[in-house]
Design a protein around this ligand. Structure first.
Ligand code: SF4
Ligand code: SF4
Length: 618
């Protein structure tokens, strides 16, 4: 593991050192006002006054406030189009005139979208990106209704067809609620069938803590609010809420369909794409996966109030208001004074020491804040890890979707983890040709490597056909190496018998074997077989030792290519290294026997798969 990052690196502040990163600004064009009345609407739950509209003048003031920092703008609501054509046109004209505005998107329910709106967008802001809210098929859209409680689904479908007829594309935001759970595949099929849909973003309804219906300020309570009241159970929360684990399963099932149906060729699926980018060491603009979080997100309301991200609770998210003296320094000072942002940022401290940090990016601060308040930090992290583990399995072996449901094999990147020339090594292994004489020296602690020194050191790569093979393998790990090489016919790229390193100041090293599958099919079969072996070994394992399976990548120094690898390690169960080393040989014998009893045969499921048969089949 590299050095632990600082809090400033996992959550970057606005200002010096952020490289003038773009600010993301949400314009609540008409506050909470909307022409439909979805039961789960979080904007209306804020119960802020609606009705007024953000003006073009306010947009000018806002851009000036950021003093040249690039700004990416989202027109949002309520329903932004309910501000009226002329008004939205004036705002778009102002945005088009601002050099610091690098992009504008519109998030709409699609109900009003017609030819005239699209003509106007084409004329004033042709690059406007359109996002439509649609929760999959008619049943999935059960919570999206008008004030008369009638479904809006048919009107949204008409908007998507109109967009297609104009050669326009749109991203769809799909709320994941119980109305779609267990049907990820068919929901994705449904959305992918609209030719206008180029992206699907799956958004969880983690609303279990909601206990009260939204206040209705109208003289007559509309039918939609009566539906909402009936859907909220004051003891268990609303009927549209899901749990983090359910969301992880849904995302994994959707990703499986995205890959198997070939949708990945023309449809961007979030959060799958962001996870994949992070697993590959790439950046993403999605704040849930990035170090640019709520300090770089702002919301402007029609009365001039400026808050941080609209996902954060109001009024605690309030920062400042539009005014002549409001510049970026004023915003930064308001951010520093914000108890809510400080609390959110503090939660990110946990990420600095988390082995998933580089793939997870810390998630959504607002959701974590709510989970934290509910005394449940763990289920959020569990869902993030579950989703990353599953997508890492799919990335390594996309043709073997069952691997995504393995809860035993986790994403555990190793650093450094490289080999001089992976293809040449596997060819030598399979052809059995002897390598150049290897430099083998033994340290006082039993390490066998080129220098004969303790710690992580360079070691020449050998294979079973080499005359020096026997000499090169540390004896304590030999039973595991033999079981997977001679027994299963696999390639090992690394092994270590474990070292206590007493009196050296070095941290103890665990016993482990690294496996380098020849191809994706062998990877999938090996991962499943390792899971079965670990499960079989479990009851007989000494309590001081815990087997651990990891997915990682081995970098080829010659080509720069990353190869998916699997690591089998034995860890101290409770940090007691003395007890661990005392029980290690016994644990090794138990695990080696379990490995010998199985084999990396293609097509056999891992020990976890049956638990997820329902979602896996969707
Ligand atoms: S899993 Fe939890 S602690 Fe780890 S990086 Fe993600 S949010 Fe942070
Ligand atoms: S509250 Fe969540 S969605 Fe909003 S900026 Fe922060 S991390 Fe992103």
């Amino acid at each position: 593991m590299g050095q632990q990052p600082s809090l400033d690196e996992v959550y970057r502040r606005l200002g010096d050192g952020d490289g003038q990163a773009a600010a993301s600004v949400i314009l609540k064009l008409r506050g909470e006002t909307c022409d439909i009345d979805c039961l789960y609407c979080y904007e209306k739950r804020k119960e802020a006054p609606g009705g007024a509209r953000i003006t073009a003048g306010q947009v000018r003031q806002l851009a000036a406030m950021f003093q040249g920092r690039p700004v990416s703008v989202e027109l949002h609501g309520g329903e932004p189009l309910s501000a009226g054509r002329d008004h939205v046109g004036a705002v778009l004209r102002e945005l088009a005139a601002q050099p610091s505005v690098i992009g504008v998107s519109l998030q709409t329910n699609g109900v009003q979208l017609d030819e005239q709106w699209l003509d106007m967008f084409d004329e004033i802001y042709p690059g406007l990106q359109i996002g439509i809210s649609l929760d999959g098929d008619p049943a999935g859209n059960s919570w999206r209704v008008g004030y008369d409680a009638s479904p809006v689904y048919p009107r949204v479908v008409a908007a998507l067809r109109l967009l297609a007829s104009r050669g326009r594309q749109a991203g769809v935001i799909t709320a994941v609620t119980p109305a779609v759970l267990g049907r990820a595949g068919e929901i994705l099929d449904h959305l992918a069938a609209f030719s206008a849909v180029s992206a699907v973003s799956l958004v969880p309804c983690f609303d279990s803590a909601v206990r009260n219906p939204t206040a209705a300020r109208m003289a007559r309570v509309p039918a939609s609010r009566r539906l909402q009241q009936a859907a909220i159970d004051s003891a268990h929360g609303p009927a549209w809420a899901i749990l983090p684990g359910e969301y992880a399963d849904f995302v994994l099932a959707a990703t499986i369909r995205w890959i198997s149906a070939g949708y990945f060729r023309h449809l961007k699926l979030e959060p799958a794409v962001s996870v994949i980018r992070r697993l590959r060491g790439l950046d993403t603009s999605f704040c849930h996966f990035s170090d640019l979080k709520c300090d770089h997100v702002f919301t402007l309301y029609p009365d001039g109030r400026i808050g941080s991200c609209d996902e954060l609770p109001w009024p605690q998210a309030r920062l400042t208001a539009l005014g002549d003296d409001a510049g970026e320094e004023v915003i930064r000072s308001a951010q520093r004074d914000s108890a809510l942002l400080a609390e959110g940022r503090k939660l990110m401290g946990k990420c600095a020491g988390c082995s998933y940090r580089t793939s997870c990016g810390g998630g959504c601060v607002a959701t974590r804040w709510r989970q934290h308040r509910a005394g449940d930090d763990d289920s959020y992290c569990s869902y993030r890890m579950r989703m990353i583990d599953g997508i890492a399995a799919l990335l390594a072996a996309p043709g073997a979707p069952a691997g995504a449901w393995c809860a035993t094999t986790r994403w555990r990147p190793r650093s450094p983890n490289s080999m001089q020339d992976v293809a040449a090594f596997t060819a030598r292994w399979d052809e059995g040709h002897a390598s150049l004489p290897a430099r083998l020296a033994v340290s006082a602690h039993g390490n066998i490597n080129a220098a004969g020194l303790p710690g992580i050191r360079q070691a020449d790569d050998l294979h079973p056909g080499d005359p020096q093979w026997d000499e090169a393998i540390e004896q304590g790990v030999r039973p595991l190496v033999d079981a997977v090489t001679a027994g299963w016919g696999l390639i090992t790229y690394d092994s270590c018998q474990g070292h206590a390193y007493q009196g050296t100041g070095l941290p103890p090293a665990e016993r482990r074997v690294g496996l380098l599958p020849r191809d994706r099919a062998e990877y999938a079969a090996t991962a499943a077989a390792l899971c079965r072996a670990v499960s079989r070994a479990g009851p007989a394992m000494p309590r001081q030792v815990r087997p651990l399976l990891g997915r990682a990548e081995l970098r080829c120094e010659a080509t720069g290519r990353a190869f998916p690898v699997l690591d089998l390690a034995l860890r101290p169960a409770d940090g007691d290294w003395q007890g661990y080393f005392a029980a290690l040989d016994q644990a090794t014998a138990v695990l080696a026997a379990a490995l010998r009893a199985d084999g990396a045969k293609p097509g056999q499921p891992c020990a976890c798969v049956p638990q997820h048969a329902g979602e896996a089949g969707s």
